[in-house]
Write a protein that binds this ligand. Structure first.
Ligand SMILES: [Zn+2]
Ligand SMILES: [Zn+2]
Length: 285
């Protein structure tokens, strides 16, 4: 393997369903001197620390869409960076249209906290107000983040619209990261010849079985039409010459000991390497 390695760490492999063992959706990409978080779900900052990365080391968060499970810990990351860094270096948040309004509302929610901390810490007051650099992006855009090239791709999570995915390239290595989406042309374009493709997945067979037992069964079944199944993620990976398929955002939560069963749903459609497991499962490409 040549070139500088890119490391991908599944910080949180959970979903909207609260799980004592899995944080919400969040993946860390370490490339060159950059730490990029893709989505920032429940408990992401806690898992970030477990990966040996302090909040101040994260320069950028890439948001795939504005479903709550993908953004709930953004406020914790923003606050933790602000109170732990000697200087005020705003977090860069890159997401689809609507991201700025969400961040503005989040900063409003943090207003009382900012007021208290400013009143208490003179040096923090000298740093000025808590700010976040938000960039709203649309499919087709390309950005340089340090030495890392990020391109934005269309995904399909309708009625959640817009939703996007990110292709991250450094030194000949390609990582493709999708949020929630069904297979589509934009996703194929994003994944083409990627060394690693991260996809949020569901298991329709298990979701249907669970729906039969729950009073919110109908709501549960609704999620089937806007997520990739494990099989679909594997087919997308195979179609596009992906080397490593990383599965995350397991719905329903993948119980301990179920890993091989989940994997088998992918390996019947994909001849590359399938990576899944607990939070902090990682791969270097
Ligand atoms: Zn979603
Ligand atoms: Zn989700």
């Amino acid at each position: 393997m040549s070139g500088e390695p890119v490391k991908i760490i599944l910080l949180g492999t959970g979903s909207p369903i609260p799980d004592p063992h899995r944080a919400g959706p969040c993946t860390l990409v370490r490339a060159a001197d950059q730490n990029l978080m893709v989505d920032c779900g429940r408990g992401a900052v806690m898992r970030l620390m477990a990966a040996g990365v302090v909040p101040a080391m994260v320069q950028t968060v890439l948001i795939t869409h504005l479903h709550s499970d993908h953004i709930t810990d953004l406020n914790d990351l923003v606050t933790s960076r602000w109170v732990m860094m000697p200087a005020n270096v705003p977090l860069r948040v890159i997401g689809p249209p609507g991201t700025k309004a969400m961040v503005d509302a989040m900063l409003l929610m943090l207003g009382a906290d900012q007021h208290y901390r400013h009143a208490h810490h003179e040096d923090l007051r000298a740093n000025g107000p808590l700010t976040v650099d938000v960039e709203e992006v649309t499919p087709g855009e390309k950005l340089m983040i340090g030495d890392v090239l990020v391109s934005v791709h269309q995904t399909d999570h309708r009625p959640v619209d817009p939703s996007i995915g990110f292709r991250i390239e450094h030194d000949g290595k390609i990582a493709a990261l999708a949020g929630d989406t069904i297979p589509c042309a934009g996703l194929d374009e994003m994944c083409r010849n990627a060394d690693a493709y991260v996809q949020t997945v569901i298991r329709p067979d298990l979701v249907n079985a669970l729906a039969d037992l729950l009073p919110i069964g109908e709501r549960m079944r609704d999620i089937l039409d806007y997520h990739s199944s494990v099989e679909q993620a594997a087919q997308t990976a195979q179609r596009n010459g992906v080397k490593n398929l990383l599965l995350t955002h397991y719905v329903p939560p993948m119980a301990p000991g179920q890993e091989e069963e989940w994997r088998s749903h992918a390996t019947t459609h994909f001849t590359g390497t399938v990576i899944l497991g607990p939070d902090l499962t990682s791969v270097e490409i």
